[in-house]
Design a protein around this ligand. Sequence first.
Ligand code: COA
Length: 228
Amino acid sequence: MASYRIRQYREQDYDAVRTLFARGILEHASAGYRHVLRSARAQLGLLVLFAAVRTVVGYWVLGLGAVALALVAIWLLVRSFSTSYVRQALSTDLCDIPTSYLRAPDSCFWVAEAGGAVVGMVAVAPPQDPAERGAALELKRMSVSRDYRGRGISKALCGEVLRFARARGYGAVVLSTSMVQVAAQRLYEGQGFRKVGAFSPSLLGTLLCFQIFQYRCDLPGRAAASPH
Ligand SMILES: CC(C)(COP(=O)(O)OP(=O)(O)OC[C@H]1O[C@@H](n2cnc3c(N)ncnc32)[C@H](O)[C@@H]1OP(=O)(O)O)[C@@H](O)C(=O)NCCC(=O)NCCS
């Protein structure tokens, strides 16, 4: 098994990091699709659509055609969630990583390197949520290349973030992940994070029963709510 090392991001990692991030997000689109189709709301909607077209047009085969079209539309919708999230990240913080994470206060960006290639990444920064600012840091952009999974790389990357936050006197590390990112949920729970909230990112997310989970890891020996 090839060994790896964790180091700070360098300019030459730019393309590898952006590709790794995009792949890590887009691979969850199919799980998101399955999740939506398993929901009672989606199944009822498809049944109603079939019955309505069958009744109005009079041919059950057209009812099936309408259901097939709806399935394609749902897939495109779910996939557009992932692609727009990736596009947004690549055009904001992951567009200029040194400015976003290396020169910004209380921020950092690490990669895991193996055989001269970038195989893992993670970032830390002050949280978006103003209520958490000063008291916690946010873990972001965790991803490990498929060929290097199951070797403890994400645990090591998570450890860097927790040590970084502790060294700067923060009381907690927070993060968000989606309900279909099951490996990530197990990873964070194993590293001391607990689920503290869940929300739908949009009205469409609510309709599709899609939620974002919020996690928090309180750092021992620190006053979690004290301002930094
Ligand atoms: C989640 C992810 C980062 C895990 O990376 P990894 O290097 O394979 O994880 P590790 O080998 O360090 O394993 C850490 C823990 O994660 C959990 N885990 C990892 N893969 C898992 C899987 N397929 N199923 C369930 N749990 C899993 C386990 O709890 C594991 O601990 P254990 O080995 O003691 O059981 C990786 O699967 C990934 O990049 N996924 C796509 C991007 C993503 O979802 N990122 C998270 C953004 S919030």
